[in-house]
Design a protein around this ligand. Structure first.
Ligand code: SIN
Length: 494
């Protein structure tokens, strides 16, 4: 009997977890825009939040998640995530994954807005790298991974998603058809000038899903991480776990910046980011002082390497930092079965808006989301009947290709200015006028024989920027990661 076919667009943790749990049920094809290791999973320095300690409790993890999300979270999704976490972690360990331990006990890290030490990690700050290697080994020769292939348009038949059109680096087109199509393409922090993500995280899944008719949700909620190190060539993440081990934020005079907050340096990310952003805007440099972190190089080997590569002196102990886009809470709206509003099109991981993170995500809940919801979607798809083949009628392609009139660099800069850490409704309206003048395709296919890969990415980034802007304009109150200027906050209250 012919086996069911599954296409997963993406090769990060949620994609891998889904594929691994469906090996007996589907022939799986995974598509990667870069190579199979490209993406955010491999860069993840934090770890996985999970209740494992004797003094911790599921209710406490649920409470911290809701608190970080300003209680805009979908409570049922939060409970599903956190209550399933310990079992999913046990399965991961049984599959051979090793978390850092000392004398048989897990070493549990602490990050912002967690009441307890509950972050499992591997290789210190290399959890993402180790998870990537682990899953790619588990999947080796069991799934088909097609690299350097960009998904351009979703293919629909009688309203349901039946496949995807792709373009490779030689600009050759290929259509793939399947019983189910899953978007696991990651988030959209890459639409900003300064971010911690892989540069390929440009919201492509949201753009192709939206053009195919899928609804979006919560796009205004973008988490800015307080500590991106300012290197010569690049910005890069300094994990919050470093502050969890005692590092402190200071200004150029060595004054302690977070002294007045009850949670000090481990206050929620949006709070710390706003404090640093305001100081940076006033011309004050901000630093992470790591001198009190014991055994820094042993605990944070990946960050140590990044600091060396960027000629930042660890012995001196002061890392110049600024906030930058890190995680995006919004995405394609999905139901509890992870299905978008387009039948047979599913979304998991950062591209999906399940409501689990509310207005801001709790630290180290995202690798957890990938593992728990990746398995959950596998349980959903396992029992789906095969889809009867029909006749696919290709959509008419757009005839003309208009110039976009805005470079990617200019767009990233504009997003940083208008959609950054602190926003102003008045300025957002100005940005709306600028974007309105551009030819942005919001519905239907964009494939065209004359287009380059860069062009597809630019179109996706423009569409996602426009959708984020619209969501930010619609959200009138300052909440969670959507922060309005103090003046506008007051105006809303009056
Ligand atoms: C970090 O290590 O600070 C990032 C972890 C996360 O975003 O969950």
């Amino acid at each position: 009997m012919k086996r069911k076919q599954l296409i997963i667009i993406g090769t990060g943790l949620s994609a891998c977890q889904l594929a691994y749990n469906l090996l007996n049920d589907y022939d799986v094809i995974m598509l990667s825009k870069g190579d199979k290791q490209t993406g955010n999973t491999v860069k993840a320095q934090g770890g996985i939040a999970c209740v494992m300690g004797q003094h911790d409790h599921l209710d406490s993890h649920i409470h911290d998640t809701l608190m970080a999300g300003s209680f805009l979270n979908d409570v049922a999704q939060v409970e599903k995530l956190i209550k399933n976490a310990p079992n999913v972690m046990q399965s991961l360990i049984q599959s051979g994954f090793i978390f850092d331990q000392v004398v048989g006990q897990f070493i549990l890290g602490k990050e912002g807005a967690h009441q307890h030490r509950r972050i499992l990690h591997a290789g210190g700050d290399q959890t993402g790298k180790r998870l990537t290697c682990h899953y790619h080994q588990l999947l080796q020769d069991k799934v088909t991974i097609i690299e350097q292939t960009t998904a351009v348009d979703l293919l629909k038949q009688e309203g349901r998603c039946v496949g995807v059109r792709t373009v490779n680096h030689s600009l050759e087109r290929q259509d793939y058809f399947a019983d189910a199509v899953v978007l696991a393409t990651g988030g959209y922090a890459g639409i900003f000038q300064h971010h911690s993500n892989d540069p390929l995280m440009t919201g492509d899944g949201i753009a192709i899903g939206y053009r195919a008719g899928a609804a979006v949700k919560d796009l205004e909620f973008i988490q800015f991480h307080p500590t991106l190190a300012i290197g010569h060539q690049q910005r890069f993440l300094i994990s919050e776990a470093v502050r969890g081990e005692g590092a402190r934020l200071v200004n150029g005079r060595g004054e302690y910046i977070m002294a007045d907050h009850p949670l000090k340096d481990l206050a929620p990310r949006d709070v710390v980011s706003q404090v640093l952003y305001t100081r940076n805007q006033q011309g004050e440099a901000t630093y992470l002082d790591i001198r009190s972190v014991k055994g820094f190089q042993r605990r944070f080997p990946q960050i140590t390497d990044l600091l060396h590569e960027n000629s930042i002196d660890i012995k001196q102990g002061l890392i110049p930092v600024q906030p930058g886009a890190h995680f995006t809470m919004g995405g394609l709206a999905v139901n509890e079965q992870h299905e978008t509003t387009v039948p047979h099109l599913y979304a998991i991981g950062e591209v999906a808006a399940t409501g689990v993170h509310g207005a801001n995500r709790l630290a180290s809940n995202s690798l957890l989301e990938a593992l728990v919801f990746g398995k959950d979607l596998a349980d959903v798809l396992r029992n789906k009947p095969p889809m009867s083949p029909g006749t696919y009628v290709p959509e008419d392609l757009p005839m003309k290709v208009q110039p976009l009139d805005m470079s990617i660099e200019a767009l990233k800069q504009a997003n940083e200015t208008y959609l950054g850490v602190v926003r102003s409704q008045t300025a957002l309206k100005q940005f709306e006028k600028e974007l309105r003048a551009l030819p942005i395709t919001t519905r239907g296919a964009i494939d065209h024989p004359t287009k380059t890969l860069e062009r597809y990415t630019s179109e996706n980034m423009l569409l996602v920027s426009q959708l984020v802007l619209q969501a930010a304009l619609n959200r009138k109150e300052s909440i969670g990661a959507h922060k309005l200027t103090n003046k506008e906050k007051q105006a809303v209250r009056q």
